[in-house]
Design a protein around this ligand. Structure first.
Ligand SMILES: [Zn+2]
Length: 219
């Protein structure tokens, strides 16, 4: 499907949803220093042919401007004439859409996700054991255990892409870049938001639990 044959209203809907999510996450201070990015896919999907709307690079996400979003293709190239540059991390979105066929991907930098990614760096993943909110990922086992993959954070984004491919786990809808931030995805914006919120809850839980364990051990 080429970009021009995607109905305008579908594109408008994606931009409206992105704006709502952007407002909500900005209010939570989830985009410090213009960091973070959001994308929503539009139109038909094939692993080697798709389009999505994504936040433009380097913009303050706490304000609305005509320069907040643009549409790109499966290679991260703009679909329309624009002066905007897609987020530097667009290639990670491209790879996650290719791997999952999902409908939305949200990425945030928070203190909790950064700290736990470093704490468990050598382990290669962040373990979470038996916490109720694991159910947000549609994992219903009692006392479920998940490992959230942690991958290296290279300055050269194309170098990160094969790490995403290698560590992608279809059971866990998120991947953590070391001391950088979480990428969470879902079938649509609603699901991607639910997943991201669950990850952030679990990161804070893990952080606080590890701290309690340490202080108990030192008594
Ligand atoms: Zn980032």
């Amino acid at each position: 499907m080429d970009f021009l044959s995607i109905p305008t209203e579908d594109k408008q809907r994606a931009l409206t949803e992105l704006r709502e999510i952007k407002d909500l996450f900005a209010a939570r201070n989830w985009f410090p220093g213009t960091s973070g990015n959001l994308s929503i896919r539009v139109g038909d999907y094939e692993p080697d042919s798709f389009h999505f709307a994504i936040t433009a690079s380097g913009k303050d996400k706490s304000v609305h401007t005509p320069e907040d979003f643009l549409f790109v293709d499966q290679d991260g190239k703009p679909c329309e004439t624009t002066r905007l540059k897609p987020s530097a991390e667009t290639l990670i979105h491209c790879e996650l859409y290719r791997l999952t066929g999902c409908g939305a991907i949200f990425h945030t930098h928070t203190v909790f996700n950064n700290v736990v990614s470093e704490w468990f760096w050598e382990r290669g993943s962040i373990p979470v054991e038996g916490v109720e909110l694991i159910k947000a990922f549609n994992i219903w086992d009692e006392e479920a255990h998940i490992d959230i993959p942690v991958i290296p954070n290279y300055a050269d984004i194309p170098k990160i892409v094969p790490e995403v491919t290698k560590r992608f786990d279809p059971r866990v809808p998120g991947i953590m870049l070391r001391k950088h931030g979480i990428y969470a995805w879902g079938a649509n914006a609603f699901e991607a938001k639910r997943h991201l919120e669950a990850f952030e809850f679990l990161f804070e839980y893990v952080y606080r639990w590890e701290l309690l364990k340490q202080s108990k051990a030192s008594i």
